[in-house]
Design a protein around this ligand. Structure first.
Ligand code: CA
Length: 730
């Protein structure tokens, strides 16, 4: 695809800010940037006697047997969720509820990028393998934090317009001597574990469509399993398996039916196609992307994939005759050798709210009614906590883990949600809980077999859904089929205050057997980090208000915390090196809510500082002081637009710009705030927005979806928000 001819949507604004504020990756590093490749830590720690890990790094050698027996090597973190069961529980207890008060920073490493960090680091035999923004891969010495190698796949920044949710990546996979990463532009790359040199690279997607990869691959029986994203923009979802040694495509499983004039790719799709009625979904893509969660049961030999929302969200447009629209919002079990369908469970039939089932899936064996059950657990966006029999897909139980309005309950007989009247919005807008950000998003949960509790990073946030007037498919741009401006924070002060007050997050310690909340830690805002639990009776989480904190796993008592100078969205991991227990977490505010949230996320006051932080008992490193932000409102051009033009600008801004630049032109702390645009920026507005002046920084031309008048209306609205700020209005 010729990117220069293809403007992209949400990234546009992001790109603009990016450009205007000079936050491209070629900019000089922040003052806090670590010099050279050395992590920052006290000299005595750096001179620690060399261990096997420091003097001669072990050759990377990860096998299926080692991942399956992960509990026998608790010092390593082999796969995304530690083991194939994705429990994110560590048997390590050297750091525990009695001594965690003595935990402190061992080392930190400043990354050169300034967007969200979502990765789960993997740790094997003293080396950390992780990813930053723009799909960059890093290997660090786990004790010293020294950078061993780095690989930058050089994703074109213009690709940002294809990204719904920031230039993020959630981590790598390891197999034998290689490291695997999926890139934002759809490549799957195998790297040499010792050097970071590429061994093979394959394009897993059609580059003429707005596909992206942000999820971590998994490797099962010598096959690298990788999905993709893009359902907001319009793609057809699938998951692929590549030979880990050669990069050859082994199989591909599509999650939604394609063009009905073509043959079905699998018998499962023939079954699925009967649940799509009317409409021309295949032109937009249908959706169903597998953008994050997977799990594997080696005894049952089943690979589980979590499937995303519809393209577009709105079923009235996608499938006007109704129907369940399989396999949207489903958990699907496949044979890892062939990609053959085994069973599915659909959490949200006829998905219409962006209620994906891509959220974290945990496999565990629990006792229910006196019987040992092999279960799969998921708390998807729709607000129900599901416990399924993972051999058959049978529903064992489902209960609300947070207040929701779209359904009353899940019918235990049919396994289907019972929707509330009017939940399926039409022209008439519907106030709804939860929002498309989900009652739970991608942020990993954790399950402790010791407490029997699942720790869920829960979100409480409403949304107003309404059908888009005059929906027209815009290839490569956001296509939800909903009226996004309805969900913008209300302009009325009282209403805005009410929505802000109900938009919060918490950790829920959930008993999956009784389906009840055992304890809760309330947070002031949404978009808090993923979780880790350990045998030390600990639960760890970084949060959206800039701290990393540790709680007792059995009762939620806060035991320790540290301010980390930035919002945290990623999940921590823990490992052993040289006989000592360490905790590592990627910190760096970002992701879709941090970009789009406006005042909802801006109120926490955090910004992006991209770092790897590693803790241990008695660590002696200290973070440098955070440089102050200089934000002076520049002289503003006069505002001449009338009310009608401003309303039009607000709607266009919300549709095309807010996903990156923030609701109400309020930056959530990642991209520069457009209200501070200087005279040069205002003068160059049309050249940037329509001319693509800053495309190399990700802000492509939006001429495909904005006319000259449209762009002027957006400009007027942005200017009005800057004037409002200057006049002291919210
Ligand atoms: Ca989505």
């Amino acid at each position: 695809m010729n990117m220069s001819k293809r403007p992209l949507p949400c990234v546009l604004l992001a790109a603009v800010l990016f450009v205007l504020a000079g936050c491209g990756r070629n900019d000089p590093p922040p003052a806090s940037m670590t010099a050279g490749d050395e992590a920052s830590q006290p000299a005595d720690a750096a001179q620690k006697p060399a261990s096997a890990a420091t003097s001669a790094p072990a050759v990377l050698d990860v096998t299926g047997a080692r991942i399956i027996a992960a509990d026998s090597e608790p010092g390593n973190w082999f796969s995304h969720g530690r083991g194939y069961d994705e429990q994110r529980f560590s048997p390590l207890d050297l750091i525990n509820a009695d001594n965690v008060g003595g935990m402190s920073l061992a080392w930190y490493y400043d990354l050169e990028t300034d967007r969200g960090l979502e990765a789960t680091p993997l740790v094997v035999d003293g080396t950390i393998y992780t990813t930053g923004t723009w799909s960059i891969v890093y290997a660090f010495n786990a004790i010293s934090g020294k950078l061993l190698w780095k690989f930058d796949p050089e994703v074109p920044k213009e690709w940002a317009v294809h990204l719904c949710c920031d230039a993020v990546n959630r981590g790598v996979a390891l197999w034998e001597d290689k490291v695997y990463v999926g890139t934002l532009d759809g490549r799957l790359i195998a790297l040499d574990g010792g050097t970071g040199e590429p061994v093979w690279s394959v394009q897993t997607t059609d580059r003429s469509r707005p596909y992206s990869i942000t999820g971590a691959p998994r490797v099962v029986k010598g096959r690298v399993i990788i999905g993709n994203g893009g359902s907001e923009l319009g793609v057809r979802g699938y998951v692929s398996a590549y030979d880990a040694a050669s990069g050859e495509l082994d199989w591909r499983f599509y999650t939604v039916p394609g063009d009905p004039s073509e043959p079905f790719e699998s018998p499962a799709l023939e079954m699925a196609a009967a649940t799509w009625k009317g409409g021309e979904w295949w032109k937009i893509g249908g959706g169903g992307t597998v953008w994050d969660s997977m799990a594997y049961d080696p005894d049952l030999d089943l690979l589980y994939i979590g499937v995303g929302n519809g393209s577009p969200w709105n079923r009235h447009i996608r499938s006007p005759g109704g129907g369940d629209n399989l396999f949207l919002s489903s958990i699907v079990a496949l044979r890892p050798d062939s990609g053959e369908y085994v069973w599915h469970y659909q959490t949200t039939p006829g998905e219409s709210w962006d209620y994906t089932a891509t959220q974290h899936m945990i496999l565990a064996d629990v006792e229910i009614d006196g019987q040992r059950r092999e279960v799969l657990m998921q708390a998807p966006k729709n607000g129900f906590f599901y416990v399924l029999d993972r051999a058959t897909g049978e529903l064992i139980s489902a209960e609300k883990f947070v207040e929701i309005t779209w359904a009353t309950h899940v019918d235990p007989e049919t396994g289907r949600p019972v929707e509330t009247e009017g939940a399926r919005y039409s022209e008439k807008p519907v106030f709804t809980l939860p929002s498309p950000l989900g009652a739970h998003n991608w942020h990993p949960m954790s399950y402790s077999p010791l407490t029997g509790l699942v720790y869920i990073p829960v979100q409480e946030m409403p949304w107003v859904y309404g059908q888009a007037e005059d929906f027209e498919y815009q290839p490569g741009f956001w296509n939800t089929g909903t009226e996004m401006v309805l969900a913008a924070l209300p302009e009325d002060a009282d209403n805005r205050k009410a929505v802000l007050a109900m938009t919060r997050g918490h950790i829920a310690a959930w008993d999956p057997v009784a389906q009840t909340e055992v304890w809760r830690v309330q947070h002031p805002g949404i978009w808090n980090g993923g979780l880790l639990s350990t045998a030390g009776n600990l639960v760890m989480q970084g949060n959206a208000h800039g701290e990393f904190a540790v709680y007792r796993a059995d009762n939620g008592e806060k035991l320790w915390s540290m301010p980390v100078q930035t919002g945290v969205v990623a999940a921590p991991v823990t490992y052993l090196a040289d006989g000592e227990q360490y905790v590592t977490v990627m910190v760096g505010w970002g992701g879709v809510a941090a970009l789009a949230g406006g005042e909802i996320t801006a109120r926490s006051g955090v910004r992006n500082v991209s770092r790897v932080l590693t803790f241990r008992l008695g660590g002696e490193a200290e973070l440098p002081p955070l440089p102050p932000i200089e934000r002076l409102l520049p002289e503003l051009p006069e505002l001449t637009a009338d009310a009608a033009m401003l309303q039009s600008g607000r709607k266009l801004y919300t549709d095309r710009c807010s996903v990156c630049h923030g609701d109400g032109v309020v930056s959530g702390g990642v991209l520069p705030d457009l209200r501070y645009l200087d005279k040069e920026g205002h003068d160059a507005w049309q050249a940037i927005v329509l001319g693509g002046l800053h495309r190399e920084r990700g802000m492509v031309s939006f001429a495909q979806v904005l006319s000259v008048q449209d762009s002027e209306a957006v400009h007027a609205y942005v200017l009005s928000r800057a004037h409002a700020l200057k006049n002291g209005q919210p």
